[in-house]
Structure formats: C-alpha cells, structure tokens
Design a protein around this ligand. Structure first.
Ligand SMILES: Cc1cc2nc3c(=O)[nH]c(=O)nc-3n(C[C@H](O)[C@H](O)[C@H](O)COP(=O)(O)OP(=O)(O)OC[C@H]3O[C@@H](n4cnc5c(N)ncnc54)[C@H](O)[C@@H]3O)c2cc1C
Length: 486
C-alpha cells in the first residue's frame, strides 16, 4: 500500500538531478521530506577540515535554494542520526527512509544502527546505489573474491554496463502536508562549527558542478591525457569535490564522456582497444578514455575500502605495519606541510593545497612519495594532513593514494620507485610556471635553476628561499634499506 510521506536522507548526494534514492522516493510516495543531518561524529573527527566543510555548507545552501524553487524545503538538523531520523519520521508520519548507499566502515555501522531503530518502529529502510558506477560487489573475480590489483579490476569494470542518469524528480510538498509543520532548521556557518577557512576554495552546489562538467567536455576531454600531468595547465576536470559531496553523480560524468566518445568507444581500454579503430578515434580514445580510467580508480578504492576496511587502521599488507618510520621531528613535518622543504616542486604543491584546498594529482603523488620515502615520515601523518586540507578529502581515495605512494597498499608502486622531486619538476613543469605561481620568492628565477635553486648560493641569498631540509641522496639510500627490508 502506498504511504503518503517518505524521508530522503541526503549525505554524499547533494543534488536533485540523477539522485537514485531521491528519484525512487518521489516515484513511490506522494511527498518527500528532504533531510540533512550534521553528524558530530563526522564534523568533530580528527581528520575534518575547513575546506571540505565549507564546500559542504555551500552545497547545502545551493540545495536548499533548488528545493525552494520546486516548492519543497530542506530540513537540516545537528545531532545523532539514530535519534534525529526516528523523530522526523514520527513527526512527518513517513513510511520509509530513502538513502544512497555509503561503503565506508563508519557509514555502514551508522546506517545499520539507524535501519534497526527505524525497523523497530515499522518504518522501511530503502538503500540505493548512487555513489559509484559499479558497486564493490559488482566487480569481483570469477571466484567472487575482490580484486586487489587495479589492472584486472579495470578490465572487468570497463565492460560492466553503467546505469544511465535518472530523471530529476518533482518534489512539491502540498501546503497542508504534515511536512510543512516541521521547522527547516538553520544551516550553520563555519565559525558556528569552530572552523576557520584560510583557503580560497571552489564554490559548491549543483549548478557549479554542472558548469565544471560542461567545461570538461567542451575544453578538456579532447586533450585530457596530454594535459593531465602538467600542473601549470588547467587540464583536469576539478570535479573531485563535486564527486566527493555528490553535487554531480558519477553517472552524469560517465554519460557526458560517453556523449563525447560515443557508446562504441567509452568502454574500450585506451591502452589496448579491443577493436580496430580509425586514427581519429584512436586519438580521441587515448585522450578521453584515460579520463574514464580515473573514474575507475575512484570505484576501485571504494571497493578496496569496502572489502578491506582495515586499511583505515594500517597498511593493506600487514607486514608493512612493522616499519618504524624514523622521522618524527615536528619541524620536518611542518616544513612539508607548510611548503618550506627547499624543494620547489614539493613546496609549490603543498602551498597550492594550503591556499586552495585542492592539489593537482601529479603533485599529490610526488609530495606523498617525498614525505614517506625521502622524509621517512609515516604515511598516516600525510593522510591526515590531506584529509584536513583537501576540499575533496575522501577516505577511500585518500587512503588508496597514500598507501599507493608509500608502497604499502593494494596496487602500490614498487618500494624502490621514489619520485625525484627535481626530475619530476623538470619533466612536468619544465618552464617552472607552476612553481612561480605558488612560490613567489622564486618568481624571477629562470628554468632550469628554478627546479633546484640550492645549486646557486647567490640565488638562495637573494630570494630567501629555504635550503633543502634533508639531503635527497642520503635519504633515498635510507629509504631503500628501510622499505626493502620488509
Ligand atoms: C596521496 C593522494 C591522495 C589523494 N586523495 C584524494 C582524495 O582525498 N579525494 C579524491 O577525490 N582524490 C584523491 N586523490 C586522487 C586524485 O589526485 C584526485 O582525485 C584528483 O587530483 C582530483 O582532481 P580532478 O577532479 O581534476 O581529477 P581528474 O583527473 O579530472 O579525474 C576525474 C575524477 O576521477 C577521480 N580520480 C582521479 N584520479 C583518482 C585516483 N588516483 N584515485 C581515485 N579517484 C581518482 C576523481 O573523482 C576525479 O575528480 C589522491 C591521490 C593521491 C596520490
């Protein structure tokens, strides 16, 4: 029998378009009460950071505005979902709570507890797939065990059919509905939450995300592979915060790429297409197909976290937990965090993170490799700094990226691959434009000296740029001995 009201509990899906659970709630019930809960377990966690929360609050305002245009209201409440949801259900007379599935260990525990509390009151709990293109159990080996290496995972993932986006629902709530009597609740400010933003971050919300997606298709996809490794060029999508908070869905992104490439190319491996292609198609697939691979990495790390939740406590491979990372001096960790290591490419990346809450992927790899394999600091220190500073901080992708960089993870880079920050800088920022943008002391230093200013004592004195905080060659030998013995 059809019950009149359902609650939709927004979490990492802060949009109306292509929201699987929201669309189902609107289809099956007469009225939907949209709810967002500010959960102190998340907002007061040690790894919370102002950029991520600022983007979230911005997106909540945008969501509320969009709902109002439809004649609906977003109810916002601070507190424990296990208490808040049953209360809202009782007051609205809702017959079901709809959510999009969360695969993180905390999210699963929380959802289980809420589901049990609701079921005791006879309220249905309805979960939908939304956060990923392929759910963690949808891409497993023939023997149904999870993949721990990316390449075979990706081979299977590519050929699994991806759901198309669903229609935006109509959510008007009748003026007599019991929902109307429930107070909306205020969206707090950052300072209400005890946070201060020092970075100039991207704006949140569905409209901004749609704009970034259109820009990707019009200007970036056709050259994605060629430009994605050059941090001085705006060559990537900058959709990570949108995908983290759900102001865009992965299906919308996939559908946009599929529209660009065409359905015959979108599921092909750009490195080894299983068909004979024209030169033009080969080139388009090489460029834009590489972007699809990035969406696959995102699903892969969600799957790793789902199947191996211990990665949030330690190394994927237990033997790496025995490593005693020797560097713990606060001044060294601070030099890395604040971008004062004396290695310009590293410092430029870390300052980009501090000022914008975002860092280019090449720099994430190089700064993470530097912290663990040259400074010899425990990767968990860097993992936490990134979570605190990134606007797109996502437990699964961040943990995956750090374990990959430290060579402790599922699909890790071999321990002896240590990115040399000077060589990386020469290769990916040959003219030094990226360094110049973020390290203004070096703004008038020419390439190649800008990659290694410590070679010239006069430049060092003149610019006041710090000398290298460690001896690269010595530390590299130490790292090989440390990591190789495990
Ligand atoms: C140490 C380290 C930490 C990282 N932490 C995060 C994090 O907290 N959150 C996060 O979203 N990404 C993280 N990444 C992955 C990647 O760096 C970012 O997703 C990317 O730089 C975001 O920029 P973009 O949106 O322009 O990416 P694009 O190149 O345009 O890629 C499109 C989308 O694919 C996904 N993606 C791309 N690369 C990866 C990857 N390696 N792993 C997982 N998903 C990927 C992202 O959702 C991204 O928005 C991390 C990588 C490393 C090496």
């Amino acid at each position: 029998m059809k019950s009149r009201v359902a609650v939709h509990w927004f979490r990492r899906d802060l949009r109306l378009a292509d929201n699987t659970a929201l669309a189902a709630a609107a289809r099956e019930f007469d009225a939907v009460l949209p709810v967002f809960i500010l959960d102190p377990r998340l907002l007061e966690a040690a790894d919370i950071g102002a950029p991520r929360v600022a983007f979230l609050l911005d997106s909540l305002h945008a969501l509320r505005g969009r709902l109002e245009k439809q004649g609906a209201r977003l109810v916002v409440r601070p507190g424990d979902p296990r208490r808040i949801l049953p209360d809202l259900v009782r007051r609205s007379g809702a017959g079901a709570v709809f959510v999009n599935r969360d695969y993180s260990p905390y999210g699963r525990r929380r959802d289980h507890a809420v589901k049990v509390a609701l079921r005791e009151k006879g309220v249905a709990w309805r979960e939908h797939a939304d956060l990923v293109l392929v759910e963690p159990w949808g891409c497993v080996k023939d023997d149904e065990t999870p993949y721990t290496v990316f390449t075979p995972y990706a081979r299977r993932w590519r050929v699994i059919e991806k759901c198309p986006p669903v229609r935006r629902p109509r959510l008007a709530q009748g003026s007599a509905s019991p929902i109307r009597r429930i107070a909306e609740g205020r969206i707090p400010t950052l300072s209400d939450l005890g946070l201060t933003l020092s970075a100039g971050i991207l704006s949140g919300g569905e409209d901004r995300a749609a704009h970034r997606l259109r820009r990707l298709v019009r200007r970036r996809l056709g050259r994605y592979r060629s430009d994605r490794d050059s941090p001085a060029i705006e060559g990537t999508s900058c959709l990570s915060a949108d995908l983290k908070h759900g102001t865009v869905s992965p299906r919308q992104v996939y559908a946009a790429v599929s529209g660009f490439l065409g359905p015959d190319l979108v599921d092909l491996d750009p490195a080894r297409p299983a068909k004979v292609l024209t030169r033009a198609d080969q080139s388009r697939l090489r460029e834009a197909g590489t972007f699809v691979t990035e969406l696959c990495w995102r699903d892969f790390y969600q799957s790793v976290l789902f199947h191996f939740p211990h990665v949030l406590r330690g190394a994927f491979r237990a033997r790496f937990d025995e490593i005693v990372w020797p560097e713990t001096r606060p001044e060294i960790i601070e030099a890395w965090t604040e971008g004062r290591t004396g290695f310009p490419f590293i410092d430029a990346g870390m300052r980009q993170l501090a000022r914008t809450g975002w860092m280019h992927n090449r720099l994430r790899m190089v700064t993470a490799s530097f912290l663990t394999k040259i400074l010899l600091v425990d990767w968990r220190v860097g993992e936490k700094v990134f979570m605190q500073r990134l606007v797109d901080g996502d437990v699964a992708s961040n943990n995956g990226g750090w374990q990959w960089s430290a060579s402790t993870g599922t699909d890790a880079t071999p321990y002896f691959r240590i990115f040399n920050p000077v060589l990386q800088s020469r290769k990916f920022d040959a003219r030094g434009d990226f360094i110049r943008r973020w390290v203004p002391e070096l703004a008038d230093v020419e390439a190649p000296l800008i990659h290694e200013p410590s070679r010239d004592p006069f430049t060092m004195r003149r610019t006041g740029y710090p000398p290298p905080c460690v001896d690269y060659a010595e530390r590299r030998i130490e790292a090989l001995a440390l990591l190789g013995s495990n």
